[in-house]
Design a protein around this ligand. Structure first.
Ligand code: PFF
Length: 453
């Protein structure tokens, strides 16, 4: 049995969790989901879902992970030996690897954009050309596959280096920089001429846009953004020390993730309106708008646009990497701990799987765009399957496991560090209620209405 690695400090665990949570989900997915589902109303539902339905899952996963000190499959074996809960362990190994596949395609796009920025290819280029470039690029066959390959290889390389040297080092340095950058860009974006409409779009709810599909999408986004329902947080929590605070790390991660998503919304949406792009333009939104903002910046200080573009795409890339690593780690932890594989072999298998499935996802924007799965392209199908179904399903089962299968005293013990954390003791009843009733019932209701309507 391989010896388990651990994170070096409390700061490292929190940065790793925030690193997993904050990623393309915030910078790339959140703004275009807001655009697709009509602005502020979506944000309100998203915030409610984050705190009432999804944060309890964070507590559930951390309780399971830290108590079992195991990968997701091993955790179920330890806490509920010989039961069918092992299937939950398996489900939550498969889903992050599927996400990794299509996530790496978008990660590849950020590699491409970084190269473009380094070559000053966006400098001075008008908005409509930037828009056209994106369409041409993603629908071509080879280029996106090449950069997807580069991205998956980087993820594989870092995971191979190990939890401490890979994940810890990256996240500790990059997360604070990421925050500073997104604030600068959001402030600039808001002050662009014509940006007012975008700000209004983000702040003024239009409840006529509410639908069962929108609520399901908001819940899915909350799961995706917090990396929950897939065993990622569970796996990271298994590297947590016993004296760490589950409540504080959960609220800390959720709040920073939310703040980051909203800032990204403010960075992108006003610029979307200022650039005259449709807010519902889909997955290309951030790639089509940010070069435009940087060019505007550049009209005042010429070299600034190039520098900003480079720094921004480096940061997107690193944010994507810190999240992708956490997905890969789930599968690698399983293969090494349960199947006795070496880290090299395990990493290779997960990397290869993500690479091959990712290629299909990448081609679904071009040569394979005719392949429709329930009316969606391969990429959209896998994204919707994971975000709207597999993640909430995994989350639902985790919360049922903790709320109904584990004993209340074990959960209390884990959540309050044996009764020593006073705030946690006081809040336990609320958390227990959310875990047992609010989250599971809420998730089932969203599932059911989405299915029936
Ligand atoms: N939370 C990540 C993001 O917002 O980009 C995406 C993610 C990471 C989803 C890890 C699932 C996961 F297991």
């Amino acid at each position: 049995m391989k010896e388990r690695e651990n994170f070096g400090s409390r700061f490292a665990v929190i940065m790793a969790m925030a690193g997993s949570a904050i990623g393309l989900g915030n910078i790339w997915r959140f703004p275009y989901m807001v655009g697709e589902y009509g602005g502020a109303a979506f944000i309100i539902v998203y915030i409610l879902a984050s705190f009432l339905l999804v944060l309890p899952i964070f507590f559930a996963e951390t309780v399971i992970g830290r108590r079992s000190r195991s990968n997701t499959f091993g955790a179920m074996q330890k806490l509920a030996p010989g039961t069918r809960w092992k299937w939950l362990g398996l489900l939550t190994i498969v889903s992050p690897i599927i996400i990794l596949s299509y996530y790496s395609v978008v990660g590849g796009w950020s590699v491409e954009y970084l190269f473009k920025a380094l070559a000053f290819d966006f400098t001075g280029v008008p908005a409509d050309e930037i828009h056209e470039f994106f369409g041409r690029f993603i629908s071509s066959a080879w280029e996106p596959i090449l950069v997807h390959t580069a991205f998956v290889a980087m993820v594989g390389g870092i995971v191979l280096a190990g939890v401490k040297k890979g994940i810890e080092k990256f996240t500790k340095v990059t997360m604070p920089i990421l925050f500073v950058l997104i604030v600068v860009i959001a402030v600039y974006s808001i002050t662009l001429p014509g940006a007012g409409k975008g700000v209004e779009y983000l702040l003024k709810p239009d409840f006529s846009k509410m639908s069962a599909g929108m609520v399901a999408a908001a819940m899915g986004q909350a799961f995706f953004s917090l990396s929950l329902g897939v065993g990622t947080i569970l796996t990271y929590a298994s590297y947590m020390r016993k004296d760490e605070n589950i409540l504080a790390s959960g609220v800390g991660t959720a709040v920073s993730d939310l703040v980051f998503a909203v800032l990204a919304g403010f960075a992108v949406m006003p610029a979307v309106f200022a650039a005259g792009i449709a807010p519902g333009a889909g997955p290309g939104l951030v790639f089509e708008t940010l070069p435009f903002i940087f060019n505007k910046m550049g009209s005042a200080i010429p070299w600034l646009s190039a520098v900003m573009a480079i720094v921004f795409f480096v940061t997107i890339l690193v944010a994507a990497l810190t999240s992708a690593i956490s997905m890969m780690e789930v599968g690698v932890a399983y293969l090494t701990e349960e199947k006795g594989m070496k880290r090299v072999g395990a990493t290779l298998i997960v990397t290869l799987f993500a690479w091959v499935v990712g290629i299909l996802c990448s081609l679904s924007f071009g040569p394979l765009s005719g392949v429709r799965l329930l009316g969606n392209s391969i990429f959209d199908f896998l994204d919707k399957l994971c975000s709207n179904w597999l993640l909430p399903a995994g989350g639902l089962l985790f919360t049922i496991f903790v709320g109904w299968k584990m004993s209340r005293s074990d959960v209390f013990d884990e959540f309050t560090n044996g009764g020593t954390l006073r705030a946690n003791v006081r809040l336990f009843k609320v958390v227990w209620f959310l875990l047992r009733y609010v989250a599971p019932v809420g998730i089932v209701v969203v599932f059911a209405t989405n299915l029936l309507m």
